[in-house]
Design a protein. Structure first.
Length: 475
């Protein structure tokens, strides 16, 4: 970047209409979305990202001949905002959804050995769409299955707008509604740990109810699972850059913002090494602690609350075998430390053997363990789950760690999450940790970016583009 001071103008053949310019700080999904939404409305945009790539915590890297995702990411059919994002960057066909929810669940606690169950839906209205699956689910007793059905109906009746839900823990609510420890392990935590990155006892009832009501109890196909069949960098970096370029956004990577400050003329100054950018609006689409450091005085009432939003880690184990050991695209597991296992062979570019990614949420106990210790613990577990792995040779074993992968969805976190608007006119917040109503997911990140862009467009007097997905105003 050049030294000096200039307006944050976009890369277009002419000036942006009405001379309106915005700076978006952060190139994760929230920042890319905010930049696209602003540019689509005719605002000139500069996007600044400190890393050498876009995509935030959903990215890829090279390891020898492999292209590796830092962690396995999935979305659901009900994730309408992320689906819009995929469409906007031209990546929908690269991350298809299941035709119908189907989750294989392997239990290795049985004396007779492995037992396979499935969570899948039928083409019936809610709540009958899951009735047959739950009735046949072998990992719960008949009594537990009946009590699960009653608890699901009670969840469906909860009012997500009730602020009292945020202060309650999901585990206590489940216990009060007759859910056994086995039901929590084999169903509620099976889903909740993967979506919330917390066990039921440590989860806000508001966020847990949102996940289960929206994903399982809103529409028969809401929980159908989608995931990238290509490296995440193809979607969130390469295609995102292409879309940003086409929209006229000036994108600068390896560019860390050092300060954001209001000017007397109502505009904003954004400082990066060697350059000062001027803008009519600024979107901070960075993690909560980084946002706290960049916020000018008075921008938020009680800014210390951002530091009260905890974080939770996710660990991913990557195992390359010399042969195929898993015949299905993914499965979940019970009775073992292993949680979810995905086949990433084709996506990674591996030409021989099979590459499995083991995704471990709620990884506080393992996140700092040495690779050798993790290998000694998890390879035997994979052999218990996958008999073909017992005779296979491990060609490679490595680990990726995201120590602050998500915000912690603890009871009370809802009152700490800010909306898009700040007390400082022209300054907006975005990120999965802001008040989207969703847990820390790709869906929440995209929704936050749209919310911040809409708030900025309102202040700039610019019309919003036509909606292409259902989204609640979070600002």
């Amino acid at each position: 970047m050049r030294h000096g001071t200039r307006t944050a103008e976009p890369l277009t053949d002419g000036p942006a209409p009405a001379g309106r310019h915005a700076v978006v700080v952060g190139g994760g999904l929230a920042g890319v979305t905010a930049a696209l939404a602003l540019a689509d409305a005719g605002v000139g945009v500069t996007l600044l990202e400190g890393r050498p790539r876009l995509g935030g915590l959903a990215f890829s890297f090279r390891r020898g001949d492999l292209t590796v995702d830092n962690g396995q990411h999935v979305y659901l059919r009900c994730c309408t905002a992320y689906r819009w994002f995929l469409d906007r960057v031209g990546g929908t066909a690269l991350a298809p959804l299941q035709d119908r929810l189907d989750v294989p669940v392997l239990d290795v606690t049985r004396p007779e050995g492995r037992r396979l169950g499935r969570l899948r839906r039928d083409p019936l209205p809610v709540p009958l769409h899951l009735g047959r699956s739950l009735a046949a689910y072998p990992h719960l007793s008949l009594a537990d299955r009946a009590r699960v059905g009653r608890a699901a109906l009670a969840l469906q009746r909860l009012d997500l707008a009730d602020p009292a839900l945020d202060a309650q823990d999901f585990g206590g609510w489940l216990a009060a509604h007759g859910q056994s420890a086995r039901a929590v392990e084999a169903l509620w935590n099976l889903v909740g740990v993967a979506t919330l990155n917390a066990v039921a006892d440590d989860s806000s009832l508001a966020l847990a109810a949102m996940v289960f009501k929206t994903g399982l109890l809103s529409d028969p196909g809401a929980a159908d699972i989608g995931w990238a069949r290509v490296p995440l960098g193809e979607l969130h970096d390469r295609l995102a850059r292409k879309a940003l370029d086409s929209a006229g956004v000036r994108t600068e990577v390896r560019t860390r913002v050092t300060s954001v400050s209001p000017q007397e003329n109502g505009r904003w100054s954004v400082q990066v090494p060697g350059e000062t950018l001027r803008a009519d609006a600024v979107v901070l689409a960075v993690p909560q602690r980084e946002a706290y450091e960049l916020l000018p005085d008075g921008a938020l009432r009680d800014p210390e609350r951002l530091l009260g939003i905890g974080t939770a880690p996710i660990l991913n184990l990557h195992v390359v075998y010399d042969r195929q050991v898993l015949a299905r695209p993914f499965f979940a597991a019970l009775g073992t430390p292993v949680q979810w296992v995905f086949d990433r062979t084709a996506a990674s570019g591996l030409k021989r053997g099979q590459y499995l990614a083991v995704s471990q949420s709620v990884a506080q106990d393992d996140i700092d363990e040495p690779v050798a210790a993790l290998r000694a613990r998890y390879l035997p577990e994979l052999q218990r789950l996958l008999p073909r792995a017992r005779d296979a040779r491990v060609e490679d074993f490595f680990v990726t760690r995201e120590r602050t992968a998500t915000f912690a969805p603890a009871p009370g976190v809802g009152r700490l999450r800010p909306g898009a608007r700040t007390e400082a006119p022209g300054l907006y917040l975005a990120g999965a940790w802001t008040a989207t109503g969703w847990p820390a997911t790709m869906e929440s990140a995209v929704r936050s970016g749209v919310g911040a862009a809409d708030a900025a467009l309102d202040a700039l007097g610019r019309p919003r583009p036509r909606r292409r997905f259902a989204i609640e105003e979070a600002a």
